[in-house]
Design a protein around this ligand. Sequence first.
Ligand code: NAD
Ligand code: DAU
Length: 396
Amino acid sequence: MRQNFLARRFLEGCGGRFQKESQVAHFEAYTEVSEACTRDTILVTGGAGFIGSNFILSWMEAAGSAVVNLDLLTYAGNPANLSSLEGDPRYLLRRGDICDAELVGALLREHQPRAIVHFAAESHVDRSIASPGAFIRTNVQGTFVLLEQAKAYWSELSEADRLAFRFLHVSTDEVYGSLGPHDPAFSETTAYSPNSPYAASKAASDHLARAYCHTWGLPVLTTNCSNNYGPFQFPEKLIPLMILNALEGKPLPVYGDGKNVRDWLYVEDHCAAIRAVLREGRIGETYNIGGMSERANIEVVNLICDLLDEMRPHAATGPRRELITFVKDRPGHDRRYAIDASKLSRELGWQPAEKFESGLRKTVRWYLDHFSWVESVRTGAYLKWIAQNYTERVAL
Ligand code: NAD
Ligand code: DAU
């Protein structure tokens, strides 16, 4: 039963391209050959960043198999996120650049992974507006290098290992552009319309990933997810920045009128969705992942203020909402994102487990309990960025 189900999934995912008689018979043996595949290691790129490190921690707990983490350790990468894995023989961190073809090729040959889960990226929209070059390099060129090396490695695998191999490309809802207040949520068939250099670079990488599947049959899966929040998020992004500023009695810089809407997803739910897609997603398909938690930015910031007033009262400073300062808007600021995740839920049974209010409470608690982590990431480079982004962002 299960064997037929997986074989059918595989065939559907190939969009009919492999559906000649002989190939049908071939893929009906999918489970059999998967079982013959003994490879267990996965290669994760960008695993020292926010989502990547949460993914590796949850993967080790859920799947238990070995992980090689290829990460350049830019300002956003922090090996300490994975310090709980120190000494674990199943985990290996290799510092390196996904743009380095030789390194990527050598890693694949050495560790023979059964899957690549590709998180590595420049991920902050404001930085992409300040200096887009790094986004083109890592997100476009880096994904291209990774796909090329993956194709070379995959094409030399045995038949069983080729069938079992997956390249999971982690992407964003920002590729779809911006929604009006009454527009339906983004679905997998929404036309691409990226508005920031970050979104454009991710859209380019999505197209490359798709092309490698369509042209050469590389078993690619793509996920497009909404805004994540949770432990280990670098404090340049809205939620951790507001938590830390509010804690320290600093102004809370809300862009524009604060009514831009994001669809928030707790990071562990994103990780669970990626595991589900890796396990059972149809090759060549894209899956939208979202939290069903649309909130205006000002609502999020108000909630953070109230949670901190409750969890860390500060009589001298008064209610933290008083720290809110509306500042000059982000150029080209997308108004609203919302995700229709019904395909993922229908096909793979995934649902977000966390409600926004409880997830935000957990997140505030995490930052309160991990102030040494916060101090360790607020280095010179971080302080320089904060000065650059906010000094010229005058109050409205
Ligand atoms: P992040 O900025 O926290 O982490 C990125 C990681 O990639 C860092 O560890 C960094 O050192 C590494 N990296 C950067 N350039 C590299 C290179 N050239 N070679 C190797 N490693 C490199 O990002 P994140 O928020 O964890 O996002 C991870 C992925 O998920 C990205 O692809 C992003 O586009 C996507 N995504 C993020 C969100 C979100 O809300 N954060 C939502 C949807 C999709
Ligand atoms: O939608 C998924 C995307 O979400 C990911 O692909 C990106 O990697 C991730 O950074 C995030 O992009 P956003 O631009 O939506 O996230 P950010 O946290 O930067 O901003 C969230 C909203 O808050 C956005 O409308 C801008 C606003 N904002 C942000 C900052 C940093 C402020 O009002 N003030 C701020 O200081």
